[in-house]
Ligand binder design. Structure first.
Ligand SMILES: Nc1ncnc2c1ncn2[C@@H]1O[C@H](COP(=O)(O)OP(=O)(O)O)[C@@H](O)[C@H]1O
Ligand SMILES: N[C@@H](CC(=O)OP(=O)(O)O)C(=O)O
Length: 418
């Protein structure tokens, strides 16, 4: 059996959904599990809605109306004025209506997951209805009953044993009868609350199902020809990899190559399942295959750009050296507030770290650190990583920018620039 993952870009409009039908028509004789993300930029819009609701800002209803209108427009283009899927989608939207009627009483991350998850619940209803409309027999399942997580909202930690038991119990029988369509990015807690797996987590969902089911392969269908040496939205003259080793793919995603979610590769590597990255607009193209024994050919350095970075510098209030016990307190604060360190450096008197700017977590981190340390920071920075770098390539990517930190090892160079 095969696992397919279609991201937001592939289902951003009615034409996109129609195209999905064309892609899967090439796989009529295969058992297919299809993981789908929210349509287009819906997750961003739902994030905006959650923020407006939480802050008590008047925009809530306008933002929500736009989200509904966007989906209903797609539904009308696909199905005309009447189809049972209209009610299914309306039932999902009503859950948000109920939530935003009351004042927000719960924790922000909890509310975020209950609202933002509606994007995937709705997109999968639409895709599933379209497949059936095209006479593919397709079954919609609620992923929250299969991917079990703890209650770390916005970053649910998967309980693999429980998840694999649930998936193995039901899914093979369903797959023998029809295509199975489910939501990426979501999980469920033991108390039946919704969690999300971290932004862009739908790739990870595909890899969880593939690993539990022993799939032949996973294909993530993207708006790019495959994995390139750099993001084509930022760099001209990119080159595509025909194949990549799991290890190189893990390194790329670890440093922030956003084409694949970082948690995706490990489960596939452990189960020796290949990951194909293919263009949804050219479904028969080869794309890139990540697999055991692949030979990496680096015609150009791999460039990874992470925007919206903060460089935080932490020192002891009494100007003492940064000791191991200081470091252990600093890292405890990072772990407590779920702040991932993208790059770090120590000097005699300070510890510096480059981190993603996630405002709520950053504020909490600052308030913990400031109880014990002097803290300075610079925001709106970029972290650029070059794998298999050359000095010329490093000069090119930093040209015209001021370099705040630079670190190089044999294979990898990292610079924080403004
Ligand atoms: N090394 C890379 N190779 C290809 N695409 C990349 C790379 N780095 C970043 N990207 C970006 O990743 C995007 C596809 O990933 P993403 O937007 O997450 O897809 P989806 O939403 O369909 O899952 C591309 O449009 C491209 O801009
Ligand atoms: N919709 C979620 C999950 C996801 O993976 O989306 P995409 O596949 O479009 O990157 C997000 O935007 O974070």
């Amino acid at each position: 059996m095969l696992v397919f993952k279609f991201g937001g870009a592939s289902v951003k409009d009615a034409q996109g959904v129609i195209n999905l039908g064309k892609v899967i028509s090439n796989y009529r004789n295969e058992q297919l599990l299809v993981v789908v993300s929210a349509m287009g930029k819906t997750t961003n819009a739902l994030e905006k809605l959650t923020r407006a609701y939480f802050d008590g800002n008047g925009d809530v209803h306008n933002v929500f109306e736009e989200i509904k209108e966007y989906h209903y427009q797609i539904l009308h283009e696909l199905f005309g004025d009447h189809h049972p899927v209209f009610d299914e989608v309306a039932n999902n939207f009503v859950e948000i209506d109920w939530m935003i009627e009351d004042e927000p009483h719960d924790d922000y991350d909890f509310i975020y997951d209950q609202i933002v998850s509606i994007g995937e619940l709705v997109s999968t209803r639409i895709v599933n209805a379209w497949f059936n409309h095209q006479n593919f027999s397709s079954k919609w399942i609620d992923v929250r009953g299969y991917i079990h997580t703890d209650n770390t909202y916005r970053e649910g930690v998967v309980d693999w044993d429980k998840t694999c038991i649930s998936i193995k119990k039901d899914i093979p029988a369903l797959l023998s009868k029809s295509i199975v369509v489910t939501q990426g990015f979501l999980g469920g807690t033991s108390e039946n609350f919704t969690t999300t797996l971290g932004r862009e987590g739908s790739d990870y969902t595909a890899s969880i199902f593939a690993s539990c089911l022993g799939a032949e392969s996973v294909t993530t269908w993207k708006d790019v020809p495959g994995i390139l040496n750099a993001d084509p939205k930022l760099f001209a003259d990119t080159v595509k990899f025909e194949e990549l080793s799991y290890q190189e793919a893990i390194e790329m995603t670890y440093y922030g190559a956003s084409v694949i979610h970082p948690k995706t590769i490990k489960p596939l590597q452990n189960a020796n399942i290949p990951l194909l990255v293919k263009p949804f607009m050219e479904p028969t193209a080869a794309g890139t295959i990540i697999k055991e024994g692949a030979v990496n050919k680096f015609k150009k350095p791999v460039i990874i750009v992470k925007n919206n970075q903060v460089l935080i510098s932490i020192s002891a209030v009494d100007y003492s050296f940064i000791s191991e016990s200081h470091l252990s307190e600093i890292f405890a604060a990072f772990a407590k507030h779920q702040v991932k360190v993208n790059m770090m450096q120590t000097s005699a008197l300070s510890f510096s770290a480059c981190i993603d700017h996630i405002p709520e977590r950053f504020e909490r981190l600052l308030s913990t650190l400031k109880q014990k340390f002097k803290v300075k920071y610079n925001n709106d920075l970029k972290l650029i990583t070059l794998r298999h770098y050359t000095d010329v390539a490093l000069q090119d990517v930093t040209a015209g920018q001021s370099v705040l930190v630079k670190q190089t090892s044999r294979n990898t160079a990292q610079v924080v620039v403004k």
